[in-house]
Design a protein around this ligand. Structure first.
Ligand code: GTP
Ligand code: MG
Length: 197
């Protein structure tokens, strides 16, 4: 899919205030610092459409971006960042939960996990919660540039083994690197197919 335009629409912490209308949307979620905002920039060929940072906790709101004037990408705050205060953690959790529970326009979520790490309970629990709530999702393994191809395969195999303990099959997944621009066509193609179905 060719990205002809990508525009910031709005940021907010209330799902009721998200853009109205019926445009399909795709949300990126995962631990703080996993590379959600960087991936949005990679997919849209923009350097700083979504704000990124080396320090976790950069994205704090629900951010809508309008792509090709006919669908939305949504950048969300990360979960699992230990240094935010308890009260702001609660607020995050509340609006993320509400976003996924009530956002009718959401076609699918992309759960990002850092390819270098072994499967983490927080990610597995989040996927479980999506499954229990009937919210479709794919997994995006990020930062693939940090591992050699062999290690990538081993890590994905380990993930598969753990997921297959609770899931009937391995969820749809992608391998990406925002710094090396890999995995972009696969993700965009997947979205394109969903948009036209
Ligand atoms: P929060 O908004 O804090 O939840 O983080 P985020 O998930 O949006 O992560 P962000 O895109 O801000 O990236 C976090 C850090 O990881 C930045 O220093 C990025 O440059 C780096 N990063 C993101 N993607 C990649 C990647 O594919 N490869 C490498 N090597 N670094 C990456
Ligand atoms: Mg971010």
């Amino acid at each position: 899919m060719l990205i002809k335009s990508a525009e910031f629409v709005m940021s907010n912490s209330d799902v009721a205030k998200c853009p109205k209308g019926t445009l399909p949307e795709y949300a990126f979620i995962g631990r703080s610092n996993v590379g959600k905002s960087s991936l949005i920039n990679m997919l849209t060929n923009r350097k700083s459409l979504a704000k990124t940072s080396g320090r976790p906790g950069k994205t704090q709101l629900i951010n809508h971006f309008l792509i090709n004037k006919n669908w939305h990408l949504v950048d969300l705050p990360g979960y699992g960042y230990a240094r935010v205060s308890k009260s702001s953690k609660k607020t995050f959790q509340k609006f993320i939960t509400q976003y996924f529970s009530f956002r009718q326009q959401l076609v699918t979520a992309f759960v990002l996990v850092d390819i270098r790490h072994t499967p983490q309970p927080i990610d597995l629990e989040f996927m479980q919660w999506l499954g229990e709530n009937g919210i479709p999702f794919s997994i995006i393994f990020t930062k693939a540039d940090k591992l050699k191809p062999n290690a990538i395969n081993n890590h994905i195999e380990a993930y598969k083994n753990i997921l297959l303990e609770t899931w009937e099959e391995m969820p749809n997944h992608f391998i990406t690197s925002s710094s090396k621009n890999t995995g972009k066509e696969e993700v965009l193609h997947y979205i394109d197919n969903l948009n036209t179905n």
